[in-house]
Ligand binder design. Structure first.
Ligand code: URA
Length: 213
């Protein structure tokens, strides 16, 4: 697995505002949306393209267009929904699948409660949206579901990551795994606390996006 921590002043600026407890849901959603678009720019750096010729008003030009099959974007419910618009802004023709996982706050083990994925993802590049790569349990499960469906590659876009989570996913999908896996994140934080929250993190991403329900 490859991990890419995006070093960009705008990413740092928006992430700092997201972390701030004074940032309330409306501003948090907007910042999250903008930050994801910045991360999406890097996350799609290796997306498959093919050469194409077009005619400009002045003459012929060679260029590139995205090659099929269409990529798939998979937000992990609930908090990943807050990242969807920011991602498909750059990939408007992507299909969108959904996976719902909830973690038990005692055991920290994530259980799947929703799955709307195609049975076959052969040849398709998949972008998983999950704001917090904390223990890595959720991401490991979701990538496993995508591997079973024969995805060509998986890129996880995360606002924040903890070393524990990155290590777990890297152990499950080492660099020589047939499925290439990448994590793109705005920052690698210090650690997890005893409740599995990222420190310093930004708290519960779902609650901050959508309120405590
Ligand atoms: N999920 C969150 O929303 N926040 C964390 O810090 C860890 C998991």
């Amino acid at each position: 697995m490859q991990t890419l921590v995006i070093d960009h002043p705008l990413v740092a600026h928006k992430l700092t505002a997201l972390r701030d407890t004074r940032t309330e849901s409306p501003a948090f959603r907007l910042l999250c949306d903008e930050l994801v678009t910045l991360l999406a720019y890097e996350a799609t750096r290796d997306i498959r393209v093919e050469p194409v010729s077009v005619t400009t008003p002045v003459g012929p030009a060679s260029g590139m267009r995205m090659a099929g099959p269409q990529p798939m974007v998979v937000p992990v419910l609930r908090a990943g929904i807050g990242m969807l618009d920011g991602m498909i802004r750059l990939l408007p023709t992507a299909d969108v699948g959904f996976v719902g996982l909830a973690r038990d706050e005692e055991s920290l083990v994530a259980a799947t409660y929703a799955n709307r994925l195609p049975a076959n993802l052969a040849g398709r590049e998949v972008f998983v949206l999950d704001p917090m790569l904390a223990t890595g349990g959720t991401l490991e499960t979701v990538i496993g579901m995508l591997a079973e469906r024969e995805a060509a590659s998986v890129t996880a876009v995360c606002l924040l990551a903890a070393p524990e989570g990155v290590d777990r996913v890297a152990a499950a999908f080492p660099t020589d795994d047939p499925l290439p896996v990448r994590v793109v994140t705005a920052a690698m934080d210090e650690r997890l606390n005893e409740r599995g929250y990222i420190v310093p993190g930004l708290g519960d991403a779902g609650d901050r996006l959508f309120g405590e329900v």
